[in-house]
Design a protein around this ligand. Sequence first.
Ligand code: ZN
Length: 280
Amino acid sequence: MNRLIIAISTALMLSACGSDTEEAKQKAGEMADEARQVAENVGDDVKAAAKDVGDAAQDAYDDASAAVQDAYDDASAAVEDAYDEASAAVEDAYDEASTAAGDAMDATSAAASQAMDDASAAASDAVESANAAAAAAMGAASVTAAAAMDDGDDCTLGIEVGDNIAYSTDSLSVPASCAEVTVTITHTGQLPAVAMGHNWVLVPADALNAVAQAGMTAGADAGYVPDDDRIVAATSVVGGGESDSVTFSLSALQDGVSYRFVCTFPGHSTVMQGSFTVSG
Ligand code: ZN
């Protein structure tokens, strides 16, 4: 720029001097050419500089754009990453919640199933216990019934009499296991006791005749049974359609002694008698 100004100034100054010599003109022309050359060069420099400025501006713009794009890309990537992470976190949380819910349901189902199993087992046990108790009760009842039947069969005796002078049997026997013995005499005939009465009196065999004799003396009011300590048991006198029972303990009987039963109604004792034995 300075050279341009100097060249133009020199040309103007020479021109102003007014020395119209050929040398001066030539010099001025040379100076003018130089000035033009300088001006051209300066123009080129300015163009180049302008171009540089433009390029720099373009570069700056490009750089800025790239930076903006990069920043945008970075931000987008960051947003996307954040979104992905949030989504993953949500999904994980959902999965965990689902798993927890599933576990809870499984646990509840398992607990319910276990409770049902326990209840079933308890019910089954209760049924088995009830069955066992019922079976035991039935068994006990059977034993009791059997014992009762045994008692009925073995410890309770019956003997029949009628309108004639006779017992239905001339021998009775009981097992030694009987704590007590009950004998029932039943009159199946029609005649009244005053005419054809019978009783059942248990005595030692060797006391039979004496007791029978004393019975007649004792009379009807005493049922023809005398007051005699040797008598083990005695029923009342029964007539047609009547019956009577007597219960006594086997402990009243003495070992090694024979016992007989007899009807002490007057006139019957010689025919109406039989043996009474304890077995076992
Ligand atoms: Zn008799």
